[in-house]
Write a protein that binds this ligand. Sequence first.
Ligand code: SIN
Length: 311
Amino acid sequence: MQSAQQQIVIIGTGGTIAGAAGSATDNVGYKAGQLSVATLVGAVPALQSEALEAEQLAQLDSKDMDEVTWARLARRVQQHLDREEVRGIVITHGTDTLEETAYLLQRVLAPRKPVVLTAAMRPATALQADGPQNLLDAVAVAKTPGARGVVAVMAGQVLHGLEIRKTHTYRLDAFEPGPDTGLLGVVEEGVVRAFRDWPTGEALGAAVLPEDAARWPWVEVLASHGGARGQALEAWRQAGLQGLVLACTGNGTVHQALGAAVEALRQSGVPVWRTTRCAQGRIVGAADEKAAQLTPWAARIELSLQLLQQH
Ligand code: SIN
């Protein structure tokens, strides 16, 4: 007997996976977000016999991802997850901010069904486009018994939604898991082999995300580096910045030239979180353990969520 839960919903948001270039040999000079998600699904013969629905939510180059799209996406994903017949969701997305969307969706929805983000490093017009295989693998993950939570699937790898980070500008396996963790699993010929537990957690609820961009807090990321100056930070403070994530050097240090401006922010009640700009490791001995192990971009989402819950 077939399970009642067999429908997979594929939500398109744009990205290189839906990108088009003028020539099949051009893997970089393309425009992201050109092909509809229905076209992407139609290009994969093995998907034609699946119980799928394709829905276009946005058509963005994900560098331009915005809060309103995040709020709409979270609500729409939740609506589909609430449908009895839906087994899982696949979201096609650009690689550039995929890790931010994955983090946000896991914290807000913490779904009991799988929500699988997938993407591509080469446009759909490329000689060897990676999107079709990634989409097929993502559907395989969404159908896997026991799968749950927000994950990403790229280049045959399954990555935890709270940990994933883009670490390469060009390679097809452009993503890595967090430091000191590892892949959640792999997809081999349509079969998912999981090495770790699927993401779990407490859902904040999609309603925490305002649909009006003006109601989102203004949270910035600032990197500390040689030759740093405090003026930009001071200008942000005067303009009404509501939260700051520092991408610190090494184990959480900040250039002395930023010290006064950071202190002025703290004095005016603006939360300042420290993360490290190092690709590996965490800030050892940090007062705020949570931020210390996040990338600056994930910490920016986390701080935004904290501020949203206070208002
Ligand atoms: C994007 O993030 O939308 C463009 C780049 C990509 O998907 O690789």
